[in-house]
Design a protein around this ligand. Structure first.
Ligand code: 5AD
Ligand code: SF4
Length: 517
């Protein structure tokens, strides 16, 4: 934007604001109330007893409605489902401001990188992308380049962006998403770079607009934040304290999605099993919530992510009722060694985890279990690593996400002296992955010949002639069928199992389901 345009826009905004609040240009400067609010990991660590306030009315400021007319936005999402869902909210807010979505960074007037901080390589990817985008900014000086999500909650990252990446105009945190219109106003019309990252947040904002990325499967937040403070993990710092949404708000959102024809919803939270622990007016947990949600007329309900420590018997009892509650549980274990779990501050032992698995399997025969595992945590011995392998064999997981430990600045583990060489960590990862593959293949093989229900999501990524969808256990199935079944649940006989996916053939509805997929 050149100086003349800037003046025009400034005048427009001045005209739109209440003159009573604006006696001079100095007062007008106050109207841009955010100038520079950097993050603080120290503040992010604090957990207070303050009440969680729920704000139900959300409005785009009048002067920002329509500001995006004839302009486009592009959001790139890194990391977990929580981030994907935050992107849907940002897309909703931007659309209400008149911006249109684009898949091309070249066409965009606003580019937002919604980042993940969980491991170093996730962060490196973002810094790489910021480097690439510098070129666009040269050709299009009015382009707004923003960084948001978990990385922007980190002091070190924000300092690096401010010092070395002049092309970034806007940095805002995970607690500041609802402030996007105000922040954009400042980035578009102010002359400074805009940084607004609240490190502590206790509130829940309801009724934010959303543009969902699909119309078959939808995410529904049930809680925000995490109070577990596993020693390796940055999430409690980047996502704040645990705050649960009120059940009536969640149920209404699920009902709304059901009415719109969604076939599957996934309840989201960093630690969904802690749902409701922060309510001081009632005793109400994830089991109670699932028991109500299962009565809603929606074919598939999932939830993620679980922490084994808070996984209670009532939830198992409810999940055992089956029906639209899917027979797949993602249950991150991180390590099979009680000593390692203690240093990770996971707050359960190997035996307690195995006991939980036993209870789940007893209540839900044929349940599919998946997990997350970190190898090469500081000072992990060969024996301790082997305990992880033996636990994997004992549980017989269907699949796992496996990671080499990555130190995160500000977490307790990052200060631990580590005697495990990187080569050893990598070699352990390979050995673990070989086991994961072996079990995936074995589990998939068991389904060969069976008839399973598949929620058809669309054409296969590699071949538009083939359809792709997921079973109740969340296994990807490829099969031939008419495009008309996209968005439907169909029966498929599994003809051949691969390590990661299944091939099948669609069968007629009257034929029975073995229901083991
Ligand atoms: N290093 C490696 N993996 C990590 N995870 C979380 N923090 C780290 C870290 N510092 C993994 C855990 C978690 C998953 C989302 O990411 O396994 O469950
Ligand atoms: Fe990454 Fe965790 Fe943030 Fe999700 S919550 S984006 S996994 S750091």
């Amino acid at each position: 934007m050149n100086e003349k345009q800037r003046k025009e826009h400034t005048a427009q905004i001045k005209a739109a604001t209440n003159p009573a609040d604006r006696k001079s240009d100095k007062d007008y400067a106050k109207y841009f109330e955010t100038t520079y609010q950097p993050p603080s990991l120290k503040d992010a660590k604090k957990r207070g007893k303050e009440d969680v306030k729920v704000h139900r009315g959300y409005d785009i400021p009048e002067d920002m409605v329509g500001i995006g007319k004839n302009k486009k936005f592009y959001i790139r999402t890194y990391g977990c489902q929580m981030n994907e869902h935050d992107t849907e909210v940002m897309a909703g807010i931007l659309s209400e401001m008149g911006f249109e979505n684009t898949d091309s960074t070249n066409e965009a007037d606003i580019i937002l990188l919604n980042t993940c901080a969980v491991r170093e390589n996730a962060e490196n990817k973002v810094f790489g992308e910021i480097g690439h985008l510098k070129v666009l900014k040269r050709d299009k000086p009015d382009l707004i380049l923003g960084v948001c999500g978990c990385m922007s909650q980190e002091e070190g990252v924000v300092n690096r962006l401010l010092q070395k990446h002049q092309q970034v105009d806007l940095i805002f945190g995970t607690h500041n998403i609802h402030r996007l219109p105000q922040l954009l106003r400042e980035a578009m019309f102010g002359k400074e770079r805009v940084v607004e990252v609240w490190s502590k947040e206790g509130d829940i904002i309801e009724n934010l607009p959303k543009i969902r990325s699909g119309n078959i499967k939808g995410w529904v937040n049930i809680m925000y934040g995490c109070d577990k403070f596993c020693t390796y993990c940055i999430v409690p710092y980047t996502r704040g304290k645990e705050r649960s949404r009120r059940p009536e708000d969640i149920i209404e959102e699920v009902r709304h999605l059901a009415r719109q024809g969604y076939k599957e919803i996934t309840l989201l939270g960093q630690n969904v099993n802690a749902y409701g622990k922060d309510f001081d007016d009632m005793k109400y947990g994830l089991g109670d919530l699932m028991d109500e949600i299962r009565k809603i007329d929606i074919p598939r309900i999932r939830f993620t992510t679980s922490h084994p420590r808070d996984f209670d018997d009532h939830l198992i009892e409810v999940l055992a009722k089956g029906g639209n509650l899917m027979d797949h549980i993602h249950l991150p274990v991180q390590s099979g060694s009680t000593e390692m779990l203690k240093i990770m501050s996971r707050k359960y032992t190997r035996e307690q985890y195995l006991e939980l698995v036993r209870k789940i399997k007893a209540a839900i025969p044929n349940v599919a279990l998946t997990t997350d595992i970190i190898v090469g945590f500081p000072n992990e011995t060969e024996e301790q690593f082997e305990e992880t392998l033996s636990l994997y064999r004992e549980v017989e997981y269907d699949s796992a996400y496996t990671f080499v430990y990555s130190p995160r600045e500000g977490t307790p583990a990052a200060d631990m002296v580590d005697n495990v060489p990187l080569e050893v960590k990598k070699e352990r990862l390979q050995r673990l992955n070989a086991l994961v593959n072996e079990f995936s293949a074995k589990k998939n093989k068991q389904i060969e010949g069976q008839v399973v229900e598949v929620l058809v999501e669309g054409e296969s990524k590699n071949n538009p002639e083939i359809l792709a969808g997921y079973t109740s256990k969340n296994k990807l199935v490829n099969f031939r069928g008419p495009k008309s079944v996209i968005g439907e649940i169909v029966k498929v006989r599994i003809t051949s199992a691969k390590t990661w996916t299944l091939d099948g053939e669609m069968i007629k509805d009257e034929e029975g389901v073995t229901n083991n997929g």
